[in-house]
Design a protein. Structure first.
Length: 387
């Protein structure tokens, strides 16, 4: 199978039009289209034209972990679908050229809007990739773990969307608990839907710590392709792409001392220093309890990180983030983002608690990038070789 790997020029990843943003209301959804007509600069071979660079639609995008991975591979992210207003605000600020669709994937309108975005930007002939990290709270050990949780139906809706959008390939991520026997019927139904539509499906269980993420985070990936996927080749390639573990101390290196979060703060207004690096206002009692903990120990509410290991899985919800291994405080949103593999240039918006939830719910970009690279190679698509 042929694999096309090219070196794209540096301007490609930030290519976008200069036209203003136009706000439209359509089918009771908000979409924010922008003119992104292809602009070709410099000397290019036919393989490097915008029509052959993969385009991406991100379903249940959250703040954009998989989108960031796709962008880093030189792909053009056309549309993002989600219902969370705060996550979409973060997404919009970090991906200004992408069409934002605030609508549930459970209906048909979101897919219609994605198709419209592809047509309006004249990318109907470009190879399409669908990526998705559906809500996992119904499957997760940190969530309800209820097979009847309504959020569990979203993964089937993602399957329906893939069948309608007819992408060249697709990548779906979720928690490892999705593979538990109590969810087997739903997983079989999801796979059967895709296979009946002519897709090859490979299911993998991977740990983010093996791919440059300073966090133990097991996740299941569904690799979906119109061409037959070779599972043995995929596993061998992923083994070859493994990296040495990154410790918490290494992840936090060169971060300045966190400033105490003021009573009034907005990431949209306060833009000095490293973004999202503000500490919580703990009581003296809480700070004293944290100070007494040994690294790697403590209750779930403020378990202290160990500096010489990757972090344990970051959870969202009512649990407080883990405590810093040296300072008697919970970690900042920026520190959590580093443990997820986000660069410091990626700014998160919303309230403090919502920022933390967005980050901990995200798909770690380095992990997503590795799996998406292998899927693209298997499917014969162009990827950006930045190694």
């Amino acid at each position: 199978m042929g694999v096309a790997i090219i070196h794209l020029p540096s301007w490609w990843r930030v290519l976008k039009a200069d036209a203003g943003i136009i706000h439209l209301e359509l089918l009771k959804m908000t979409i924010i289209p922008i003119d992104t007509s292809p602009v070709v600069k410099g000397n290019h071979t036919p393989l490097e034209t915008p029509k052959t660079i993969p385009i991406v639609v991100d379903l249940c995008s959250g703040l954009g972990g998989i989108s960031l991975a796709a962008q880093h591979l030189g792909m053009r992210v056309i549309a993002a679908v989600d219902t969370n207003s705060n996550a979409l605000l973060t997404y919009k600020r970090n991906f200004p050229g992408t069409v934002i669709i605030k609508r549930s994937i459970m209906g048909t309108g979101a897919v219609d809007a994605c198709q419209d975005a592809i047509r309006q930007q004249n990318f109907t002939t470009a190879p399409l990739i669908v990526v998705s990290g559906p809500p996992c709270q119904g499957f997760s050990i940190a969530g309800s773990r209820d097979p009847l949780d309504g959020r569990n139906k979203v993964i089937l809706a993602v399957g329906n969307a893939i069948v309608r959008l007819k992408p060249r390939c697709a990548l779906i991520e979720n928690v490892s608990a999705l593979l538990d026997s109590k969810h087997s019927v739903r997983v079989r139904k999801f796979k059967r839907k895709l296979e009946t539509a002519g897709y090859s499906v490979v299911v993998l269980l991977l740990n983010a710590k093996d791919y440059g993420v300073p966090q133990r985070r097991e996740r299941v990936f569904f690799l979906v392709s119109q061409t037959l996927l070779n599972e043995d080749e995929i596993r061998l390639r992923l083994d070859n792409l493994k990296k040495n573990e990154v410790t918490v101390k290494a992840a936090f290196s060169r971060l300045p001392r966190a400033r105490l979060r003021p009573d009034k703060h907005s990431e949209a207004v306060n833009r000095h220093g490293i973004p999202n690096h503000l500490s919580m206002r703990h009581s003296l009692e809480v700070r004293s309890k944290i100070a007494l903990l040994e690294p790697g120990t403590g209750p779930m509410s403020y378990r202290k990180l160990h500096p010489a290991r990757p972090a344990n899985t970051l959870f969202s919800g009512h649990r407080a983030p883990p405590a810093h291994y040296k300072s008697p405080r919970s970690i900042t949103v920026r520190e959590a983002a580093r443990l997820q593999g986000f660069p410091d240039t990626f700014r998160i918006y919303g309230s403090f608690s919502n920022q933390m939830e967005q980050v901990t719910n995200a798909v770690p970009p380095p992990l997503a990038e590795t799996v998406l690279r292998v899927l693209a190679e298997q499917t014969g698509l162009i990827v950006y070789d930045h190694d």
